[in-house]
Design a protein around this ligand. Structure first.
Ligand code: AMP
Length: 400
């Protein structure tokens, strides 16, 4: 991926429009997870140390026009705490208020502009809105990988109106993802879990063309097992997706990708925390039971296969990890990948949906090589789709 890095961009005294993703989880005005904010610190440190004048653009939630509950203002204390700098605020991202904030900016100062989605033109990637944003700055720095699957004014459009570069978080995400899928050390194993295959068909279809092993867990493994005539009992299973599962298996075979399915399963008859469970080999699953996790033999099988792998890419939990003890399969697999990563034997990259919380729950998130803070963008990248925000950065570099 060819793009201009912030590292090599002369920002001293320049006004940098920094697209960040401050769409953080919050409840009643409190930010419940500051990961996305904390990960922007290297970019903020660089911009302030270099004497840039930084104007931050971000969306938050899905407001319909100006909607006070989606204002970004409440996050100023959290930004200042995480970044260790004073952060100013303007009540609009364009027009007189934004212009006044721009005029007041000193070298090394940081100001946050109000939610870009208060203007419906943002999501339409409207050219005249984008020009108004562009008029505020000298340089566009995109550090919002997690919003790069959207072709909006502040995530894509601006790269066509200003010299553009990738911030450090964007760069770290792209380097990690490239190392895992585009240019990985082989063999590569993709571990995919989660509830349903219907939401991840394109992900699976792309992965089997690129990886050496595809390990399937979670509810979606049941659909693949059902498609092979294996009993799934009362487990979550999309029977109408059996043909799609068979197609993916055929594509995998043609591409020399081995699909690994659970060899044993943790089963219950009544779903609740600490419900009594029994473990059955895949072939022996009784019709009246429900599989809610992969069993210990499956984790052993995964371990054996992983011993020969150099790269692991992970999305989705292997069981109903939110309810104990059905987190054991996910935890066991996470421990295994974390230990191999710590031993320097594999590169491990994880992300998308519930994956981050599953790895945090397992206490392993810090031991992976890289855990992406992106949800939808990570999944679209796993599908092999071009991400408009990233494409715009690299096409500008090519044109330069
Ligand atoms: P996804 O968003 O597709 O990654 O799915 C995540 C959800 O899949 C989590 O909430 C898990 O509880 C659920 N899940 C994982 N394994 C199973 C299973 N065997 N049966 C039902 N749900 C599952």
């Amino acid at each position: 991926m060819d793009f201009q890095s912030l590292k090599n961009t002369d920002v001293k005294g320049k006004i940098v429009l920094l697209r960040a993703d401050l769409n953080v989880p919050a409840s009643e005005g409190n930010i419940t997870d500051t990961t996305r904010i904390d990960r922007l610190k290297p970019t903020i440190d660089f911009l302030t140390a270099q004497g840039a004048k930084t104007l931050i653009l971000s969306h938050f939630g899905r407001p319909k026009g100006v909607t006070p509950e989606f204002s970004l203002k409440f996050m100023l204390p959290a930004l200042e705490k995480s970044w260790g700098v004073k952060v100013g605020f303007a009540d609009d991202c364009i027009g007189a208020l934004a212009e006044a904030a721009k005029a007041a900016l000193q070298n090394g100062a940081v100001t946050l502009l109000e939610n870009v989605r208060f203007h419906p033109e943002e999501e339409k990637n409207d050219a005249s809105f984008t020009k108004q944003l562009a008029a505020l700055g000298d340089i566009y720095c995109n550090d919002a990988f997690s919003a790069a699957h959207r072709a909006h004014a502040s995530t894509e459009g601006l790269a066509h109106f200003l010299p553009a570069c990738a911030g450090f978080l964007m760069e770290a995400e792209l380097n990690a993802l490239t190392a895992a899928l585009e240019n990985p050390s082989r063999p590569v194993m993709a571990i995919v879990g989660g509830a349903k295959i219907s939401t991840k068909l394109s992900v699976l279809d792309n992965l089997v063309r690129k990886v050496d092993y595809l390990f399937l867990g979670g509810g979606m493994a049941n659909t693949f097992m059902y498609a092979q005539g294996i009993e799934v009992g009362k487990s979550l299973c999309e029977k109408d997706m059996a043909d799609e599962a068979r197609k993916i298996m055929a594509t995998a075979k043609a591409a020399n990708c081995e699909i690994l399915l659970p060899t044993d399963r943790v089963t219950i008859t009544e779903f609740r925390e600490n419900a009594p469970f029994e473990i059955y080999a895949a072939a022996d699953m009784p019709a009246e039971r429900e599989a809610v996790d992969v069993g210990p033999a499956t984790i052993e099988m995964m371990k054996e296969k992983l011993a020969n792998c150099k790269t692991v890419l992970w999305n989705g939990p292997l069981g109903v990890f939110e309810v104990k003890p059905f987190d054991k399969g996910t935890n066991g697999a996470a421990d295994t990948v974390a230990a191999l990563t710590k031993a320097g034997k594999i590169v491990s990259v994880a992300g998308g949906g519930d994956t981050v919380s599953a790895l945090e729950h397992a206490g392993c998130a810090d031991d992976f090589t890289y855990v992406s803070s992106a949800g939808g963008a990570f999944l679209e990248w796993m599908e092999g789709k071009p991400l408009p925000g990233v494409e715009a950065l690299s096409s500008q570099k090519k044109a330069a």
